[in-house]
Design a protein. Structure first.
Length: 395
């Protein structure tokens, strides 16, 4: 009996994703990191005097819930260089271009040469403008996020976006709303009925991660429900549809039904899924932000929301890039070994007989093999490769 069993060699990968962990891979807003989304020092100074954006933190720095982390969304040193070449985002500065997606590759979200040309002609994060300086709240630029005269009328009736100015309307889908991010009165009402948003102001409700929960990013009753089972991305709303200037809610960033289900079980936002096109906004889910074919391919060649990765596992700030959020790319690497198996078929013959003819072999008789019992006189061999199953051979 011949028993051959093919060995199995498995190589598994471990997926990190650590959103808001103590080691801080994706540590959104950390104690040293500062999540430099916008400023040159990196305190998130969205229109405030000292700035820190204090998104629900005690000392600020946009500590989106980590202890040290840097949010390193795909950067080498971190600080969340989401947009700029130095990593300051310069929203509303005189030179700043917001450079979401630069040529040096600080999160080149989805361009071929890397300017994040979200539907623009020349780039520099021209999210919607023809000159492309993003100039949120500057005197010359417009930011024209898809408006006709360009005051960033995000779903408002008059709207000027005035991030951090004294009158400011922006009215992101609110009835009164001032947006005044970091101003003294500020309402911003991102789709809420009362909601004040007041990012980094003195009375401020925004409460990103607070106990009252008007935006409650990551709270117990969860209006923001990032990654919930029903998930409407209730960013600070009372019912939670995000109603950013939409008529029925559901965040409908340019979609027909769209819930923005960021990381939910039915998942319309499918960040990094197997079909996944970062369906943040559209009904087909290509996030066609001003693109002609659109898969949102934020910095990827094939488009699985590869935020800053080369092969696209949504490596948000990891060194190996596991963070495979529901992707089909985290494979179990099997090492296939080819085994050559030889089966020998033996014919039992009488002494002096040929295995084929059964006739007596005079030559064998002459060599004195008479009476020695059955002889293994001939054999045939069969060779094959075992690839998929353990091979059990009995003869």
């Amino acid at each position: 009996m011949i028993l051959l069993i093919r060995p199995f060699n498995y190589k598994c990968e471990c997926n990190s994703e650590n959103r808001g962990t103590s080691q801080g891979e994706d540590n959104r807003g950390t104690s040293q990191g500062e999540d430099n989304r916008e400023t040159s020092q990196g305190q998130e100074n969205r229109g405030t005097s000292q700035g820190e954006d204090n998104r629900g933190t005690s000392q600020g720095q946009d500590n989106r819930g980590t202890s040290q982390g840097e949010d390193n969304r795909g950067t080498s040193q971190g600080e969340d260089n989401r947009e700029t070449s130095q990593g300051q985002e310069s929203r509303g500065t005189s030179q700043g271009e917001d450079n979401r997606g630069t040529s040096q590759g600080e999160d080149n979200r989805g361009t071929s040469q890397g300017e994040d040309n979200r539907g623009t002609s020349q780039g520099e994060d021209n999210r919607e403008t023809s000159q492309g300086q993003e100039s949120r709240g500057t005197s010359q630029e417009e930011d024209n996020r898809g408006t006709s005269k360009g005051k960033d009328n995000r779903g408002t009736s008059q709207g000027q976006e005035n991030r951090g100015i004294s009158q400011g309307e922006d009215n992101r889908g609110t009835s009164q709303g001032k947006d005044n991010r970091g101003t003294s009165q500020g309402e911003d009402n991102r789709g809420t009925s009362q909601g004040q948003e007041n990012r980094g102001i003195s009375q401020g409700e925004d409460n990103r991660g607070t106990s009252i929960g008007q935006e409650n990013r990551g709270t117990s009753q969860g209006k923001d429900n990032r990654g919930t089972s029903q998930g409407e991305d209730n960013r600070g709303t009372s019912q939670g549809q995000e109603n950013r200037g939409t008529s029925k809610g559901q965040q409908n960033r340019g979609t027909s039904q769209g819930e923005d289900n960021r990381g939910t079980s039915q998942g319309e936002d499918k960040r990094g899924t197997s079909q996944g096109e970062d369906n943040r906004e559209t009904s087909q889910g290509q996030d066609n932000r001003g693109t002609s074919q659109g898969q949102d391919n934020r910095g990827t060649s094939q488009g699985q929301d590869n935020r800053g990765t080369s092969q696209g596992q949504d490596n948000r700030g990891t060194s190996q890039g596991q963070d495979k959020k529901e992707t089909s790319l985290s494979k179990k690497n099997e090492l296939e070994e080819k085994l050559t198996v030889v089966i020998v078929k033996f014919d039992f013959c009488k002494s002096g007989e040929s295995a084929r003819s059964g006739k007596t072999d005079p030559e064998s008789q002459s060599h004195g093999r008479q009476g020695a019992g059955p002889e293994w006189d001939s054999f045939s061999a069969l060779e094959f490769h075992a690839l998929d199953m353990p091979t059990l051979v009995y003869d």
